[in-house]
Design a protein around this ligand. Structure first.
Ligand SMILES: C[S@@+](CC[C@H](N)C(=O)[O-])C[C@H]1O[C@@H](n2cnc3c(N)ncnc32)[C@H](O)[C@@H]1O
Ligand SMILES: [Zn+2]
Length: 308
């Protein structure tokens, strides 16, 4: 991590601004946090976790990393990128653009978005190489140490943090953009960390997500309708993040069929979902026998703006 003059981090103990040198982050009260050898910063205090190893396990992280790296979920990234670029502030920036991906997992989407934003910003600031674009600072935060260690393996400029998304180590009004994909949301914390006018994008699976995989496991999948359609959600104001400080300004629905031609890809997809961890050995065996699977990926993207 490089020294930064625009540091949006706050001390998790006393909330004072954090400063950093090459090896650690520290506050004026003397609380200090070393940068790990892999490059991440652990700002999770012991009372902010409910178990010794909170968040996704190493096995889930390994499966997610293997599956996502094959590119099957790239359309979800592409939809996210489109929405971010559409709502990015167009006026010239007088400060680095700060983006936080909360519950970032092994960082697949985080690092792709960081690269794209660096390219976009460097083409605006003539002569800068994308990786040097100082106008962008992306933060990937997850409560799972294994996820963050895996994220550090990406060749990227993202700063990886261990932290809890319900009590993040970000200063008040420090983020221009926050994203949450396939993870729970903490609306109060989002309103606290976003700048006035800042953007929050929530990517949530729809009822049809991986339906053909679920049909292999459960007997009554078609009857399990939980979510209203995106149109219903908007018309009836039943969208997923309800907070007076956050206004829904845009939505996008994505449904696409993907084909998995390898037994290993089907297995890793199964293992990165909660279904694997809920199923009996005989159901797992059934999935093991599959060597091809056509399944839908179906997600809704909800874009909110923090009140000015
Ligand atoms: C289903 S994974 C999604 C990961 C990533 N966003 C993606 O889509 O590839 C959910 C992630 O949320 C993390 N998580 C769960 N509770 C959390 C919390 N309170 N704070 C931060 N991360 C959390 C888990 O460790 C896991 O990495
Ligand atoms: Zn402190």
């Amino acid at each position: 991590m490089n020294q930064s003059t625009h540091n949006p981090l706050a001390c998790p103990v006393c909330r004072a601004p954090l400063q950093n040198d090459e090896r650690s982050y520290y506050c004026p009260e003397g609380h200090s946090f070393d940068i790990a050898r892999q490059g991440y910063l652990n700002l999770l205090l012991s009372h902010q976790k409910r178990s010794k190893h909170p968040g996704d396990s190493k096995e889930m992280v390994t499966a997610r990393q293997a599956f996502l790296s094959e590119g099957h979920y790239f359309p979800i990234y592409a939809a996210l990128e489109k929405l971010v670029l559409k709502h990015l502030r167009k006026d010239p920036l007088d400060h680095p653009l700060n983006i936080a991906d909360l519950g970032c997992g092994e960082g697949y989407y985080t690092q792709l978005l960081d690269k794209k934003l660096r390219e976009t910003m460097s083409s605006q600031a003539s002569g800068q190489k994308p990786e040097q674009a100082s106008a962008v600072q992306t933060w990937g935060l997850d409560i799972s140490k294994d996820a963050i260690i895996s994220a550090c393996k990406h060749n990227s400029n993202v700063r990886w943090l261990i932290g809890n998304l319900t009590q993040t180590p970000f200063a008040e009004h420090s983020m221009d953009i926050a994203t949450v994909l396939f993870c729970r949301v903490s609306p109060n914390e989002l309103v606290r960390l976003l700048k006035p006018g800042g953007i929050f994008i929530f990517v949530k699976p729809d009822d049809g997500h991986l339906i053909q995989l679920r049909e292999q496991i459960y007997s009554d999948v078609k009857g399990q309708k939980k979510n209203p359609s995106i149109e219903q959600a908007i018309n009836t104001d039943e969208h997923p993040v309800q907070h007076p400080g956050l206004t829904l300004i845009d939505t996008q629905a994505l449904t696409q069929s993907i084909t998995l031609n390898k037994s290993e890809s089907i297995q890793t997809l199964f293992k990165m979902t909660p279904h694997y961890w809920r199923t009996k050995p005989e159901q797992r065996e059934k999935i093991k026998q599959l060597d091809q699977l056509n399944t839908d990926i179906s997600v809704n993207l909800f874009c909110y703006q923090r009140s000015l």
